[in-house]
Write a new protein. Structure first.
Length: 184
């Protein structure tokens, strides 16, 4: 896959639905011994404040990741889409769906959708999407086959061990300062 075509890795935990109440606590993550874990049932991930299916959007509709998850100006991070972005399509698509109506309300109010994060690195870890994409790493290598997931769940191991295993397999540096800012 062309890194430029896939532009962004999903650092987020978008989608599925939970009415107006706060979403329940995320399900515990499965044991993670390898860089890629077996697919889990679609209900494994946390319920999100707006229903969304990556399987529908990335799978059936074949939208590339960067269609919704744009790289930042520097390319280091990617955007977690907010309601105004989603409404570019949903002004005319599925407008009677309760989830889309909730989405429209977020867009109209200018409120940020409180998505429940699935993938999050510790504050002392630096990660560059741009660097990984430049070296041919695909979104799926870190985030799993999201195009097969109705509700996102943590499908890969992004712990230090998981990242080091991938770095070793791809002959990338495993020097501490590759991922950590060391104090001088």
């Amino acid at each position: 896959m062309n890194p430029g075509a896939w532009g962004a890795i999903l650092l987020l935990a978008l989608i599925p639905w939970a009415a107006q109440q706060s979403p329940p606590a995320p399900a515990p993550a499965p044991a993670q011994n390898s860089a890629t874990l077996p697919a889990l049932p679609p209900s494994t991930g946390p319920v999100q404040p707006i229903p969304f299916s990556h399987k529908q959007h990335a799978g059936t509709l074949k939208l590339p990741c960067e269609f919704c998850h744009a790289l930042s100006r520097t390319g280091e991070t990617v955007a977690i889409p907010q309601a105004t972005m989603c409404m570019n399509c949903h002004q005319t698509i599925d407008t009677t769906d309760p989830g889309v109506q909730k989405l429209a309300a977020y867009a109209k109010s200018g409120s940020t959708i409180p998505w429940v994060r699935i993938y999050q690195l510790a504050s002392f870890v630096t990660f560059s999407h741009k660097t990984h994409l430049t070296h041919g790493i695909t979104c799926q290598q870190c985030h799993g086959e999201v195009a097969q997931q109705v509700r996102l769940y943590k499908a890969t191991d992004i712990s230090m061990g998981g990242c080091m295993k991938c770095h070793q397999a791809t002959k990338a540096s495993i020097s501490c300062d590759t991922c950590h800012q060391l104090q001088q």
